[in-house]
Design a protein around this ligand. Structure first.
Ligand code: ZN
Length: 220
């Protein structure tokens, strides 16, 4: 019996890089001129297809935003026609922000700012309830940020890039296996000023090393 359970878990995990594939339920209109009655289940893997890969930012964005959105929608169905969001500029964080909330800059429901003291500030439009979401201090391993900075400057070797990927994958696993209440700080913001600014000068950091050679070392 125990073996059977292990086998089922193994088979479920084979389709993805990570065994866990968290979900979130969202509400949308049902056609181009439709009514608000269409529910969809989104998964972390779905966002990975949109974003291009699974990564730690996508995983922590998914888990943190899901917590924040459930505070805005206590029935846990997220209304993607009634939500707007500000996010930090990293490629994963911006992609998870628009994918889960349905927010878009062109409809005044999304903008990017690195001056907010959160990863995301998400707001329910009909009652203006606003939640700031950030990581608790010390949750993200320091090496991921320090090596990440070097990678952004093109200063990591091919094998060092692999080591950084391993650290990020381990952190992703931790995020997916840990109670979000231990990881995130969620704060209700009562005086939030929606102040959209358009900028196209943020750096897309996940393509900086795209031409780097493969690691040929034995220990990586
Ligand atoms: Zn990414």
């Amino acid at each position: 019996m125990k073996f059977l359970f292990c086998l089922i878990f193994l088979l479920l995990g084979l389709g993805s890089t990570f065994a866990q594939n968290p979900t979130i339920k969202v509400l949308d209109t049902d056609f181009s001129k439709g009514r608000l009655n269409k529910t969809t289940i989104l998964t972390l893997e779905d966002v990975g297809k949109f974003h291009g890969h699974l990564c730690d930012g996508l995983a922590l964005g998914f888990m943190g935003l899901r917590e924040g959105l459930s505070m805005l929608y206590p029935d846990s169905i997220i209304d993607r026609t009634n939500t707007r969001i500000v996010s930090k500029s990293s490629p994963c964080i911006t992609d998870i922000a628009i994918y889960l909330t349905g927010a878009r800059y062109q409809y005044n429901s999304f903008y990017v700012s690195d001056s907010i003291p959160y990863l995301f500030i998400v707001q329910r439009k009909d009652n203006s309830k606003t939640i700031g979401i950030k990581l608790k201090p010390g949750i993200k391993p320091y090496a991921i940020d320090s090596l990440g900075k070097l990678a952004n400057d093109g200063r990591l070797s091919a094998c060092e890039l692999n080591s950084l990927k391993k650290l990020e994958d381990e952190f992703t696993q931790y995020i997916l296996q840990t109670n979000p209440k231990e990881i995130f700080v969620l704060v209700e913001i009562t005086d939030f000023n929606w102040d959209p600014k358009l900028s196209n000068s943020f750096i897309k950091t996940d393509i900086i090393n795209k031409a780097k050679s493969n690691c040929e070392g034995k220990n990586h």
